[in-house]
Each structure stands twice: as structure tokens, then as C-alpha cells.
Design a protein around this ligand. Structure first.
Ligand code: ADP
Length: 607
């Protein structure tokens, strides 16, 4: 097993009472050990004498300064925790494991930026380390320390800090022995230009957060070490770029992933954007902060954004869609966008996370491919039609003169059928490609769906009769004329009914239901508000095996059981059907069980 290079064996060498109920423990680390001011370590004891549900490891800020003798000190208050009780009962010279050092509290590099430390109780630890180091280095940076404790007895290192402030004008100590209030901040010079670091118990940090907001301290200038105040979204503090939370895997992953990630509050106001989001949109995080994604969006129609908001805010469900956006420089890009609601532990909605994946190049490639298919299909149509006319003429001639023997006649019949099949295929290719490219023009006209169904059934009559299928037609009375594209209805019905026939066994049953404005028995996810036409085609055939169901609308590959019963399929009838349905803002879904049967449902908005 690889050794953890940050695990060090250490010996407890000193235990000192530094304030009431407050202890400083010093450890001598066995190997070479160096750390920076403001870093922390994990202290692990092999066994706990007193039980502790939180385990045998805790994190502590190092309160001593970097040194050459491999020692570190930590400070903590006595409490009922089994871990701390064990630590206090541990005899000197006992061994512990130290993991670290981790993190670092980065101070501004410019010497003239004043620093304010706000410490509550043992939250003083990292600051003490920094104060010692900067005094040794003779730094000219001004440090103002607000040190809050319940009383003087509990203020660890207070004498030492008073001494330092007496001897160094660049260090100001402000002692507080009451609840921290806005008044405590009034006399601090240059507070608005200072960088403020806070550590301490959660309630104190919360109070500080409120005060800093009230006195309008820019959020960029504030850092919270351990707890984050409620007013400051934790995410915000976590991601401030000048404060590298190096050990925070989440912040690193968010920042470095190649996917655009934006976090917003519940009103869609941006509170975080990663580097990829800056790169994709062309806007810097600072430009995005507080804005909505309209900054680079707004190109889709109103209905799109309405559905988006309804899904994420009212239904509180994720929303995924292909979206067109505009970069800062004006270039339009295509992306797959996904927005997920973020919930607090109690399940309350607190904001949203949006990711975008730029698919512009892929789309361009796809367009080229589609254009090629259109061209190929178009070019094929003419020669194929010529072949067909010639065969038809030949057949008529032969019929009149009777010069072919039955075998020759059969071959010619087959050539004729296959040619017709190829012509129909090329037109399907054309329609699909045009739909894909958004170049299909919908022709809306008064359409009689029942008439189209009858026509489709007539075309498939022979096949259905061969299989001795019983076909039941259930038409609602009100389906007379709807305003829609008749070609769409025809393609949908052709595909669904021919599949039901193809994939039925001898003597099976098929049901075709068509009605208007069906609302009952529609699963909520598929329901549509507009006036609609409902189509259901059910069969008692071979069914779609579970493992093939997910890919059924994607074209190839066809299911094994389908290939056995019908060898002529191409596997893109349903692909095309779905394309049409989606193009019309409709819904398609199915239920199927192998060897029991399949039902396809379609809801198509009509005018
Ligand atoms: P094709 O029928 O030409 O293969 P489709 O796109 O119409 O192409 O259908 C895709 C696949 O879905 C079929 O190959 C088959 O596996 C399955 N399928 C479609 N409809 C049915 C049905 N009614 N019963 C069983 N399987 C079906």
C-alpha cells in the first residue's frame, strides 16, 4: 500500500493551561516537518479512552509559528467530547498520528493592505501563528485583532498579545468580553480597504457576518475559516479565488472541470461561475455576479423560458435542453444545458446549479452529415424513379404479350417492389434530414385523421390478413377535422400500425384508438395543456425486451426478437416518428412487455 506522505508519527511533549479550561498541546514530529502560518493538521489517536461518536481524528489550526525543531502546538477548550477528554488524559511522550499540514490562510501580498483578524475564543490559533511570524519577519503590514471571549480568564494568550501590541505599533489588539456588535467596528481605521479574516464559534461568526453586511464590506474582502455566516452563501466563501482552499476537493473540481458551471440563488441571480463558464460565455465572474444568465441567453422563445422556470422552481425538477446562447463577443453557440435545483438538508430549495456543454462543433458536423444525406437521397430519387417507370412499362408490355415465364415474372415483380421500397426509403431519408436541420416546413391544413388511418390500414391489409390479425378501431366521435400537418399524421400512423402488424404473431389483436383532447389516464409527465390529438396503437405481439427499450427511438440496433420475426426493418421508423412528434411539441411514450405486447401513445398539439 502506498504510504500517505502527509501522515507523521508525533510525540506529545508538553501540555500547558493557557486560559481557563483551555489547553495548549505541543507535539514533536518525528520526521522533517514544515508548515506555513495559518495551516492546520489532523491529530489522530490510535485508541480513545473515552468514547466519541465523531471518531479518533480532529482538525486543529496550528497556533505555533514555523520552526526548525519540528514541533507544532494546537490549542483547544476542554469539553465533554470523548476525543478531547482522551487527549487531555494522554500521558506525555504518548504517540499520535499527525496528518498534514493542510490549507493555508493566504494574506495579501501587498504590504499596504491592512488586515483585520476577528477571533472568537480558541479561533485565535491560526492568527497567533501569523502574528508571531510577521513580528519575527518585521512585517510592516498593519494587523488589527478583534479578540472576543466570554471573560478575561478564558482569553488564551492574552498577556502575550498585549505585550506584542505594546511593542509593535503595526499590531493593534481590541479585546471584547461581551457579544460582538456593530459598535466594535466603528473605530477601526480603513475598515473598508482591509481584508478581514474571521474564525470562532458559529454564532459569533454569524453575528460578524451580519455586521459586515450592514457596514457594506465588499464580500471579496472577507474570509471565513471554519464556519460561514448565514448571510454569506457558503459557496461564495468557498470559492473566493484569492483564498485557495487547496484541500477542498469540491471547490477544486468545480473550478477546474471543463464543463460550464454556474450557481444561482432561487431568483436565478448568479453567485458563482467557474472558469469554464467564463471561457464559454466570454464574461468574467465579476461581470456575471448578481446578474442572471440572460446576460448571455434570451435567444430562445418565451415559452422555452416559461417551461424552464416552471420545471425548476415550481416542480423543483431538473431541466435539460438544447439551447442557443450568445457569447460576450456576439457569437451564437449551441449547448446542452442542465439546471438542477439545490436543496438544503431540510429539503428547502436554496438555489440552482446550471451546467452547459458546448456542442456547436458537433452540431456543425451533424449538419454537414445531414446535408450529405439530403443530397444523396435527392440524387438517388431521380434514377430510382426512372427505373420504376421502366419496370412498370415493361410489366404492362409483358402483361399484354405474355412473353415471360412465371419465374421471370416473379423476379420482375420483386425488382418492382424493392424499387418502390427504395423510393419510399429515400423520401424518408429526406424528411428526416429536413426535420433534423429544421428545414421542414410544416403545412397546416384541415386534416381528417380517421380517413388517413383507413388509408394506412388499406395499404397494410394484405399483411394483416396473412397473419389473421383482429384489428379493433376505437374512434371518438369528435375526431372529424383537426388543423395539423396531414403528412405527419400519416407517417406516425404508418409507422405505429405497420410495427404493430409486423411484430404480431398469428391471430394477434391490435387496437387503434384516436380521440381529441384526451386528458384522462395520461401520466403527468406526458400531459400537454394545448388542444391535442391522442393516438394509441396496442398489440399483443412479441413486445420489446427490457434491454432494448431505452434505445428504441434511436434507430439502430433493432431488437433481436424483432429481427427474427421481420427481416425488412431498418430501425428508424420510430426515430422519425419521435422526431416528428417533438418537432410538433408533442409527446410519445410506450409500454411493452416481451411476449405480451406493446402499446405506443402519442399526444400531438393541434390548432
Ligand atoms: P423497424 O421496425 O424498421 O426495425 P422502428 O424504428 O419502427 O424500426 O422500430 C425500432 C425497433 O423497435 C424495432 O426493430 C423493434 O425492435 C421495436 N419495435 C417497434 N415497435 C414494436 C412493436 N409494436 N412490438 C415489438 N417491437 C417493436
Amino acid at each position: 500500500m502506498q504510504q500517505d506522505s502527509r501522515k507523521h508519527l508525533a510525540t506529545l511533549t508538553k501540555r500547558k493551561l493557557v486560559a481557563q479550561d483551555t489547553y495548549e498541546l505541543t507535539f514533536s514530529v518525528q520526521n522533517e516537518f514544515s508548515f506555513l502560518v495559518g495551516q492546520y493538521v489532523w491529530v489522530e489517536m490510535e485508541k480513545l479512552v473515552f468514547e466519541d461518536v465523531k471518531g479518533n481524528r480532529r482538525a486543529f489550526s496550528i497556533c505555533s509559528s514555523p520552526n526548525k525543531d519540528n514541533t507544532i502546538s494546537i490549542v483547544f477548550r476542554e469539553s465533554s467530547s470523548g476525543y478531547k477528554k482522551t487527549l487531555l488524559a494522554m500521558p506525555l511522550q504518548s504517540q499520535v498520528n499527525i496528518y498534514g499540514p493542510f490549507g493555508s490562510l493566504v494574506l495579501p501580498t501587498e504590504q499596504n493592505i491592512p488586515i483585520i483578524f476577528i477571533a472568537g475564543g480558541v479561533g485565535i490559533a491560526p492568527f497567533r501563528s501569523i502574528i508571531h511570524k510577521s513580528i519575527i519577519d518585521g512585517s510592516v503590514q498593519t494587523i488589527h485583532l478583534i479578540y472576543a471571549n466570554p471573560n478575561l480568564e478564558r482569553a488564551a494568550y492574552i498577556e502575550e498579545l498585549r505585550q506584542i501590541s505594546k511593542n509593535h505599533t503595526s499590531f493593534i489588539l481590541q479585546e471584547i468580553y461581551e457579544k460582538i456588535t456593530i459598535q466594535h467596528f466603528q473605530k477601526i481605521p480603513q475598515i473598508k480597504n482591509s481584508i478581514i479574516y474571521t474564525t470562532g464559534p458559529a454564532e459569533m461568526v454569524d453575528a460578524v457576518g451580519t455586521i459586515l453586511t450592514q457596514i457594506d464590506i465588499p464580500k471579496n474582502n472577507t474570509h471565513f475559516e471554519e464556519f460561514y455566516p448565514k448571510q454569506f452563501a457558503p459557496i461564495n466563501s468557498l470559492f473566493t479565488t484569492d483564498f485557495p482552499v487547496t484541500e477542498n476537493l469540491f471547490s477544486l473540481s468545480f473550478q477546474n472541470t471543463s464543463n460550464h458551471i454556474v450557481l444561482t440563488d432561487i431568483n436565478g441571480k448568479i453567485i458563482f461561475a467557474n472558469k469554464a463558464a467564463e471561457l464559454l460565455t466570454g464574461y468574467s465572474f465579476e461581470e456575471m455576479r448578481g446578474q442572471t444568465s440572460r446576460l448571455w441567453g434570451g435567444l430562445m422563445d418565451k415559452a422555452f423560458y416559461a417551461t424552464l422556470w416552471e420545471t425548476i422552481k415550481i416542480k423543483q425538477k431538473p431541466f435539460t435542453a438544447k439551447i442557443y446562447n450568445r457569447k460576450k463577443k456576439g457569437v451564437v453557440y449551441v449547448a446542452i444545458m442542465r439546471i438542477s435545483p439545490i436543496f438544503k438538508k431540510e429539503g428547502k430549495l436554496t438555489g440552482f446549479m446550471a451546467t452547459e456543454e458546448d456542442i456547436t462543433e458537433l452540431e456543425n458536423l451533424n449538419d454537414t452529415k445531414t446535408e450529405f444525406v439530403v443530397l444523396a437521397a435527392h440524387q438517388l430519387r431521380t434514377p430510382l424513379t426512372v427505373i420504376r417507370w421502366n419496370i412498370e412499362t415493361l410489366l404492362v408490355d409483358i402483361l399484354e404479350k405474355g412473353e415471360l415465364n412465371p419465374l421471370q415474372r416473379k423476379s420482375l415483380d420483386e425488382i418492382y417492389t424493392e424499387t418502390k421500397h427504395m423510393i419510399s426509403l429515400t423520401s424518408k431519408f429526406l424528411s428526416i434530414s429536413r426535420l433534423q436541420m429544421g428545414k421542414y416546413t410544416i403545412k397546416l391544413e384541415s386534416t381528417d385523421p380517421l380517413l388517413i388511418t383507413k388509408k394506412v390500414l388499406l395499404d397494410l391489409k394484405n399483411l394483416a390478413e396473412e397473419k389473421k390479425l383482429i384489428i379493433k378501431e376505437l374512434y371518438a366521435k369528435n375526431v372529424l377535422a383537426v388543423y395539423t400537418d396531414p403528412d405527419f399524421i400519416q407517417i406516425i400512423l404508418e409507422n405505429l400500425i405497420s410495427n404493430a402488424i409486423k411484430y404480431s404473431n398469428l391471430g394477434g389483436n391490435i387496437e387503434i384508438e384516436i380521440s381529441l383532447d384526451k386528458q384522462k389516464d395520461i401520466p403527468e409527465v406526458y400531459a400537454i395543456k394545448e388542444k391535442n390529438i391522442f393516438i394509441r396503437v396496442s398489440d399483443t405481439g412479441i413486445g420489446i425486451p427490457k434491454q432494448n427499450q431505452a434505445g428504441i427511438f434511436q434507430g439502430f440496433p433493432r431488437a433481436e426478437n424483432a429481427k427474427k420475426i421481420d427481416t425488412t426493418g431498418f430501425g428508424f421508423g420510430l426515430y422519425m416518428t419521435k422526431l416528428i412528434v417533438e418537432h410538433s411539441n408533442g409527446k410519445i411514450w410506450f409500454e411493452s412487455e416481451e411476449n405480451k405486447g406493446t402499446t405506443f401513445y402519442i399526444l400531438l398539439p393541434v390548432q
